[in-house]
Design a protein around this ligand. Structure first.
Ligand code: AMP
Ligand code: ZN
Ligand code: FE
Ligand code: FE
Length: 281
């Protein structure tokens, strides 16, 4: 078990830079990692460049936020073409919308009597992919809440008063987009969004895999999704979904998959196997 295929960096909402991720992964004996930042591949690009120094394979990846019936569904894309111009433009648009969304959430916070300075949030997020964890961090640092979890429960969670949606992308649109750039589209942490009944439809649109190993999936849940993977002939992925120190311990390598899963994933990737059919974006 030495592949962690779900790791975030400072380019989205982790506290760890690509260098720190590689350093920790190497110390923990991980052979393959995938950088799956929200709506950005800048961290994946940086980690790919640095990877030879650490003798670690970095799979270029991304985690896209989508909505189905107003419920958030995350779609992972593995072995994506990080140089694809159109895809980079789409990601830039998603990120621009994230900045507008955080401003809207700050306005909503003001309506409930909480003042947050946008510039202070930017100091934490940097200017790549801003998200709710950065806002939660400010609320915590300024004593408005006692924990990051409380920030989500009271204000930022999808059912909380200051929540605002991001770009209104459907799972099938994200799946199509990833497939068109030769990537492998994977349903991330399916237990968190609970759309099992839509998996057959998503498979028709090009869904190729399902994330079975995830910190939020216990053994029973894993077995459930393994059955679904078998039924629809889906690839199996997994990883720690490490966000650095936002979530207490550094999770890198605590949820891993066997190298054989990575080999299967690689074999199905058009980047490595030009005979796998695909369309251009
Ligand atoms: P965003 O992409 O801005 O909507 O932020 C999504 C990220 O927020 C997720 O990847 C999680 O890391 C974090 N998050 C979402 N909901 C919660 C929650 N209830 N508690 C803690 N973190 C959460
Ligand atoms: Zn995140
Ligand atoms: Fe996710
Ligand atoms: Fe994630």
């Amino acid at each position: 078990m030495s592949a962690d295929l779900h790791i975030h960096t400072t380019y989205s909402d982790s506290t760890l830079s690509p260098t720190e991720v590689l350093q920790i992964a190497s110390e923990r004996g991980i052979k393959t990692i995938a950088i799956c930042d929200h709506d950005t591949i800048e961290g994946a690009k940086e980690a790919s460049k640095l990877s030879p120094n650490y003798n670690i394979e970095v799979i270029p990846a991304v985690e896209l936020s989508t909505y189905q019936n107003n419920v958030e569904v995350h779609i992972l894309g593995y072995y994506i073409d990080i140089e694809n111009k159109k895809f980079n433009e789409f990601l830039q648009m998603f990120r621009n919308i994230r900045f507008v969304r955080i401003k809207k959430m700050i306005n909503k916070l003001r309506e409930v009597g909480i003042e947050v300075d946008y510039q202070d949030v930017l100091k934490i997020s940097g200017n790549c992919s801003i998200g709710r964890p950065h806002l939660a961090q400010i609320l915590y640092e300024t004593g408005k809440v006692g924990s990051l979890q409380e920030a989500f429960e009271k204000y930022l969670g999808s059912k909380s008063p200051c929540y605002v949606e991001k770009f209104n992308l459907l799972p099938v649109e994200a799946i199509t987009m990833i497939s068109q750039i030769g990537g492998i589209a994977v349903f991330a942490h399916p237990f968190l969004s609970k759309f099992d009944y839509l998996i057959p439809e998503w498979v028709k649109f090009g869904l190729q895999g399902i994330e079975i190993y995830h910190p939020q999936h216990n053994e029973t849940i894993r077995e459930h999704y393994k059955t679904i993977a078998q039924r629809y002939n889906l690839l199996i992925t997994g990883g720690s979904d490490c966000h650095g120190k936002h979530k207490e311990n550094i999770l890198i390598g605590t949820v891993c998959i066997a190298d054989s899963f990575v080999e299967t994933l690689r074999a199905c990737s058009r980047r490595y196997n030009k005979s796998v059919p695909g369309r251009e974006l």
